[in-house]
Design a protein around this ligand. Structure first.
Ligand code: NAD
Ligand code: LMR
Length: 345
């Protein structure tokens, strides 16, 4: 069944309020999740809500965090997320980075004691909408082995950038793994195999069995370069923030009640402190036009700018609604009924 963005935001907000998240915070988290689903990232949008809700219910995530901001220098702050929902902590942290950058041109924020924050692109778009270049990094439970190892150590650690653009921001957002683990989680849920080359099992052997891959490891993107990128992101978001890093990050997918202690890092750069915004946008537009005019390889219909396909998908889903599988719908409605929230559909 398809649901509109507004229906989904209302539903997610109610469900989160049902487990004790204050309305204003629930609305922020709902907006991140639904925006992600609208953009077609079904692995990181509302499909993640059941896990967040059950983690709140079993005391693993704090529904009412006291998020503390400590400004340590004119352009620098640290944030303690108090084990709140990652989307909320992420939005608040990027807000701090943007405000610092408005003053000094640059804002850098290291965030600790957080949770899985979903798709990095949201926070980068938040910065781009404020006329900033935005960067977001996060670690996540181990998924990638160090190059040459056969057991995972690093998270699937995404790195993301957002740049203001004429009609839409340019957003580069990618995990350090060959695919985000969300794709493997989804395949395991649906009982489907995964393509060769994505993962190894716990013995370090290549596997196409999604469940075996979740017990094993996801391979880094671009071989050793993905490993190097995962390591850099781990340092930025885990080590520099004072959060857990590597194997010490809690595994989100078990029934433990211990906080996972994920860390993030956010940077905002005020474009207007480098050049007039109009000049930047014109230069961006010239680059985009030149890229689009590149002669196409055989069989290619269009050259896309990073983030463009997600924006196109959002335009489509804003018209047609977001498809929600029967399985996810049943899962969400069961949770909603359990906490007395309005069901979807
Ligand atoms: N919170 C977490 O712990 C966590 C961990 C890993 C990934 N993620 C999220 O998972 C999501 C998916 O990550 P991913 O690595 O699978 O992304 P992806 O492979 O879909 O895209 C990676 C990048 O390549 C660009 N791209 C891909 N195909 C393109 C094409 N044909 N033309 C132009 N650009 C193209 C995309 O715009 C994007 O910038 C991201 O939002 C990421 O932040 C989150
Ligand atoms: O799912 C995770 O553990 C992290 C991330 O969201 C991913 O999809 O890789």
């Amino acid at each position: 069944m398809n649901f509109s963005g507004d229906q989904l935001i209302q539903f997610c907000t109610n469900l989160l309020q049902g487990v004790g998240v204050p309305k204003a915070d629930a609305e922020i988290v709902a907006d991140v999740l639904v925006d992600t689903s609208l953009e077609g990232l079904d692995t990181h949008g509302i499909s993640r809500l059941p896990i967040y809700v059950t983690r709140i219910q079993n005391g693993r995530i704090n529904p009412q965090p006291n998020i503390k901001v400590n400004k340590t220098a004119p352009s620098v702050a640290t944030v303690d997320g108090d084990n709140g929902l990652g989307q909320l902590v992420g939005v608040k942290s990027m807000e701090v980075a943007i405000n610092l950058a408005k003053e000094t041109g640059v804002g850098a924020v290291a965030t600790k004691h957080s949770n899985h924050y979903g798709a990095s692109s949201y926070f980068c778009k938040q910065a781009a909408a404020a006329g900033m270049v935005g960067l977001a990094f996060t670690n996540t439970p181990s998924g990638i082995p160090p190059w040459g190892g056969r057991e995972s150590y690093f998270g699937t650690n995404p790195i993301a950038f957002g740049f203001p653009g004429k009609e839409q921001p340019v957003v580069v957002d990618m995990s350090s793994s060959i695919v985000a683990r969300g794709n493997i989680i989804l395949a395991a849920k649906q009982g489907k195999p995964i393509p060769e080359g994505w993962a190894i099992d716990k013995e370090g052997k290549p596997t196409t069995d999604a469940k075996a891959a979740l017990d094993g490891a996801v391979l880094p993107m671009a071989g050793p370069k993905g490993y190097a990128m995962a390591l850099a992101v781990e340092i930025m978001s885990g080590i520099l923030s004072g959060s857990a890093f590597g194997k010490n990050v809690g595994w989100i997918y078990d029934e433990s009640t211990q906080p996972v202690d994920i860390g993030h890092f956010f940077i905002a750069l005020d474009v207007s402190k480098f050049m007039p915004m109009g000049a930047f946008i014109d230069r961006m537009q010239q680059m985009i036009t030149e890229i689009k005019e590149t002669p196409k390889a055989e069989g290619v219909e269009e050259i896309y700018i990073p983030g463009e396909r997600r924006t196109n998908k959002a335009a489509l889903r804003n018209k047609e609604g977001v498809p929600v599988s029967d399985q996810l719908l049943a899962e969400l409605n069961q949770l909603a009924q359990g906490v007395g929230a309005t069901i979807l559909g």
